[in-house]
Ligand binder design. Sequence first.
Ligand code: ACO
Length: 329
Amino acid sequence: MKFYQKKDQNMTYAKIISTGSYLPSKILSNHDLEKMVDTSEEWIITRTGIKERRILADNESSCDMAYNAAIDAIKNANISTSEIDVIIVATVSADMIFPSNACLLQNRLGIKNIPAFDINAACSGFLYALEMANAYIKSNIADTILIVGADAVSHYVNYKDRDTCVLFGDGAGAVILKRDNAPGIIITEMHADGSGVEFLHAKAKIKNGEIVGDPYIHMEGRAVFKTAVKSLSDVANSLLTKSSYTKEQITWLIPHQANIRIIEATANHLNLPMDKVIVTLDKHGNTSAASIPLALDYAVKVGKVKTGDLLLLEGFGAGFTWGGCLVKY
Ligand code: ACO
């Protein structure tokens, strides 16, 4: 860990200098799901916007996906691994009970003696990690931080439950943040409401070598949907008010990819046309903590997001957890 002289904190920003991603090669289409549960391509597309999702291979893990996304981001940043001061992995599907995926990733990257830890905030995990990394950089604890959002959600999906199995996919997205004198992350705001546990959970734990409780995702979709739309609109208002930016100044909305109707409602609330919203849901499904960095990486690589753009990142997930972040890219 590098330590720095105290600087004027107002002049210190955490800037995203690169993005990276990894998607497993196996595609699970809506037509594949029609053969597994009582559903239809038409229902899935009209109710969710999802056409296909990726599923990791039997010999692949969430840390493998995190590693591939991290390597992509490191290469795109043109930095050496020795420059990284902190590794944060947002995940709900680490390879082991412990140590964390971040420690496994650190070892695979051949980096010694820097802090590395996981954050579990479900689909909001990447945003929680961004807030944490921003605080590390602004308080002069670190200079360069690797964040990965990686989730093997399919491990917790019951492929006999049509309410949930059509929604989720696997993947990983990464960013490198570096200290800069210009923005950077402008403002972050995170929330949690633990009373949401009843509506969205995978309740199992390991005790005495046995799985205790139901390990599959349970979701009361309608309740989650309503809370997500309200929470995401509230957090967008709050971020704009506190930062004195206006809706009109947002170049791109990059939301968590859970449901096209939630995304449309959020965009509508901001008076943003859908061509200012990054949507990868149709190809990725809901990849939990990987969803926002995957969408960001896609948007950067296809040339939609450019240097200087104002991005609003927003997410909602189990907990409930939710939050948002305004970023100058
Ligand atoms: N195929 C066909 N019919 C289905 C399917 C399916 N796959 N799933 C449910 N249905 C049926 C239901 O049984 C119901 O039938 P009924 O009217 O006869 O009872 C009907 O479709 C409507 O069901 P709803 O649950 O009301 O459908 P809704 O329009 O709410 O869509 C959905 C469901 C897609 C789950 C939506 O509620 C949603 O996206 N919720 C939010 C998800 C989310 O944001 N999650 C947060 C992050 S996840 C995380 O953190 C791990």
